[in-house]
Design a protein. Structure first.
Length: 193
């Protein structure tokens, strides 16, 4: 299943894989050559001016070099499969921000990420994030997850939203009464009279 490829895959991708894997002795060598292709490929991490259309992966790999995690992961997985290495895409989140005010971790949509898992004999599924090979990956990551006063304000608003949802909307009436009583007592302590 993890070696299947679309019948509509552009033939140029098979040619590219043949070039990448030329002279490879085994699976380890093919994987090393693919990693080197990405590391030396001058790829850029971007969410703007991306290749589109039916041949977008081929254009990403061979012509235009900007792409986001889906481009990196999809093209890496396709080239692994062409090389006979079972691969799958995995979607999730790349970390989160601890909200000290609310005492929980906040995972936002901008933390969504896609990476690859390759099946390795005697080792199982190995996680590979080909996005790290983008020449500007660290800079792009810092910009995406930058903190500042806006982040602090967002945390405060999210804490209020979390409190409202978890205490007033999701709890039963007696829990709501207890929460409102606590808020009233706290307010009276701050503003007596």
């Amino acid at each position: 299943f993890y070696l299947q490829l679309s019948p509509d895959l552009p033939p140029v991708l098979h040619s590219l894989a043949a070039d990448i894997y030329a002279g490879a002795r085994n699976e380890e060598d093919r994987l090393a050559r693919l990693r080197r292709f990405f590391a030396e490929g001058n790829f850029h991490y971007s969410t703007n001016n991306l290749p589109t259309g039916d041949d977008s992966l081929a254009r990403f790999l061979m012509e235009e070099r900007p792409g986001h995690c889906e481009f990196f992961a999809s093209s890496f997985a396709v080239l692994l499969r062409i090389g006979g290495i079972p691969a799958r895409l995995v979607g999730g989140y790349y970390g989160g921000d601890y909200n000290a005010l609310g005492g929980y971790y906040l995972v936002r949509e901008n933390r969504a990420h896609v990476w690859v898992e390759a099946w390795r004999e005697n080792a199982g599924w190995e996680r590979i994030d080909p996005s790290i090979y983008a020449i500007n990956y660290e800079t792009a990551l810092r910009q995406t997850y930058a903190k500042g006063w806006r982040s602090s304000l967002r945390m405060m608003v999210d804490t209020l939203n979390h409190f409202w949802t978890s205490t007033l909307i999701n709890f039963d009436v007696s829990s709501q009464i207890r929460a409102l009583s606590t808020v009233r007592q706290g307010t009276q302590a701050i503003f007596p009279g």
